[in-house]
Design a binder for this molecule. Sequence first.
Ligand code: BES
Ligand code: ZN
Ligand code: ZN
Length: 457
Amino acid sequence: MLTCFNTVSSSNSTPITVIQLNDFDKWLANQSIQIKQWLTTTQFCAKSGAFCLLPDPSGKLSLVICCIADADDLWGVGALPFALPEGDYLLDIPEINYSRFAIAWGLGAYQFTLYKKPSRPPANLVLPATCQLAEINNLVSSIYYVRDWINTPTDNMGPSEFAAEAVKIGKEFGAKVKQIVGDDLLLQNYAAIHAVGRASDDAPRLIDIRWGDKKHPKLTLVGKGVCFDTGGLDIKPSSYMALMKKDMGGAAHTLGLARMIMQAQLPIQLRVLMPVVENAIAGNAYRPGDVIRSRKGLTIEIGNTDAEGRVVLADALAEAVSDKPDLLIDIATLTGAARVALGTELPAMFANNDDIANAAIHHAQRQQDPVWRLPLFSLYRDMLNSTIADINNDSASSYGGAIAAALFLKEFVPDDIPWLHFDLMAWNLKARPGRPQGGEAMGLRALFSYLKAWAIR
Ligand code: BES
Ligand code: ZN
Ligand code: ZN
């Protein structure tokens, strides 16, 4: 399932000259008549991602050129793994920028091969001995995992299968992995997670991973793990349900981020809490109008069984804050409204603390892994008022739905715990260089970069 680009060196690797657009004319002026003529013949047009295969006099491939907009334009090389002929290549790029381009190449080389044989292998990038090989492989392979988990249909990635992946990752790095499954959720005061997941044949559960030294700063990740979201009794129309195998994307992101942290041995005391359920329909499904007593003690009126993510996160967040982490991050495919506001390719970020928000945005920009902050606009809190319970999971208005959902979560997070909440798509509707269609890790390179700095601040 998991394949990553390798680093086997070879004496006949084809060099790829990467040229910034501003430098193109200067580069061209220094080329031979033959090369100039070939670029004219093939009507080469210098723009980001444009590439050309250059033959030697015998007609063999001798050089590839690839244009990038500027030194930060990592996606300029993202299409090469499947645009170039199979074989080994070397990137000619300044060493300081090497890692990000190697990562873009690696991400562009991804294929989901569980059910279909790939038509060809990607072109292989040969990495120089001087590059940060461990970190490149860590980021690329962790993102491959995230994509694989999201792409795998619920039939093979239900709550128990996702839990098995968490156990496998935990074992690999010597983490403690605990699960509270099925009716034990009720015995241990997780009624909200149980209510959402109880109608599925595959029992609901809370996965709890702990790793790292107690002397390090405490980070807790919480991920929405709805392995399939039918909408529940408030059933989704088929076009809205079609992609809902990806509704465990938040949990996949937190598990992938945990893998990055553990593999890199960041000085962090890590906890990962993933409520993992299937929002299914059966005679015992939770209903509109039900009231659930959540772990925090707040009662939740179910206005809509399709707003299930915030319900399972309520219990997970209540547990997450019980041991006062120094930083709390949750990641969820929480609302369609966030996609209406920002589109599918830009994750929404909410924060109860400007310093951490600004730091996260800084790293997102540096890593070309964008996020956009939306406000926890408290005036909208009354959209969640319930006449019979402390809060309603459905908003009275269809406007501002991503903010309403974030305000719902905020009820379960004390103001003195620095908290980031991500509402994201976890899916590429269309392919772009380095970002194939299908399951996608969004904002994870940004978060890893931020956490590396946070851990040693
Ligand atoms: N999983 C969905 C949200 C979603 C849909 C994320 C499409 C990304 C793409 C979530 O559980 C949901 O259905 N939310 C509802 C909430 C509403 C009923 C208040 C929504 O956004 O419509
Ligand atoms: Zn839903
Ligand atoms: Zn959902």
